[in-house]
Design a binder for this molecule. Sequence first.
Ligand SMILES: *Cc1c(COP(=O)(O)O)cnc(C)c1O
Length: 360
Amino acid sequence: MARVYNFSAGPAVLPEDVLREAAAEMLDYRGSGMSVNEMSHRSATFQEIIDTAESDLRELMGIPDSYRVLFLQGGDSLLFAAVFMNLAINKKADYIITGSWASKAYREAEILGDPKVIASSQDRNFSYIPDCSDLPIRADASYVYICQNNTIYGTAFHGLPNTKGHVLVADQSSMFLSEPVDVTDFGLIHAGVQKNVGPAGVQIVIVRDDLIPDDLPGVPTMLRFKTQADAGSLYNTPNCWGIYICGKVFKWVAGQGGLAGMRARNEEKAALLYDYLDESDLFRPTVEQGSRSRMNVTFVTGSADLDAMFVAEAAKQGLVSLKGHRSVGGMRASIYNAMPLAGVQKLVGFMRDFERTHTA
Ligand SMILES: *Cc1c(COP(=O)(O)O)cnc(C)c1O
């Protein structure tokens, strides 16, 4: 068995311990005589899996009782619409555009109502986070929307926008559980788990109770947050396997020192890579200082041919999925929670060798 260092942006690396545990339980989950894949979502055994997952997540993030935790399906992209349908009661919400995912969220809102762009970093290909200290937020906007970590462009908010008392909504997909958060800063947090937490097919929504509308005329049952909030995320068949793996990852994160432990690990890994990028004569980071993501690190050589050669040669060394997104080009190393420090050390070592070989 040859495990690689997998720098994929998502679906992405998972903790090896979690995969081993799941493998050991594949044929017989704790004496049930069956796999979690074969189990009724109405069984007591599955109820315990989802209850434990929720309470472990609440503990990790310090989620107050006044917030609901939902395990949903349909893709994080479906939540772009669902969030607007549920929270933009007057069909007005204001968006900060820092990349593709925020743009997509905005475009869904455009289909449904009257969103407004109040800040954008499109002028420099989303290579920075705009100043959000004094935004032209509409008085009647239901919320301010951010994508807190921009998976494609490699930027992240290192401080939240001044929402002037408005509700803040954040897409945390590619940074969920990577550092401590104060949940009470947000009205709603949503995240697709396939970036930093689990297998594809589960989205977690953490939403303040009083923001969930009782009645939403014209909105399908499955798009109302109240439906799954009332049913404990079991209105219909959930992604049982995905929730089960997420639960294991929550326990793994807790065992690594919780979110503070995760931040320390992630800071160390990111510093190693960025410090090298800043001193390199060949590679250059694409994101400005102060806006850099600790999860998705984007860089280029300046030559598309050399970039392609780097990606191919890295793969031969077991450093895989380093090709950047087509909208940025170059390389992207996603160094999520489950990427060990040794993986980043090996990457930087390989980059130094490559630089020596390819600079005169
Ligand atoms: C990947 C990603 C999404 C989209 O997730 P899907 O589940 O594929 O719809 C949305 N937001 C961010 C920040 C992402 O990284």
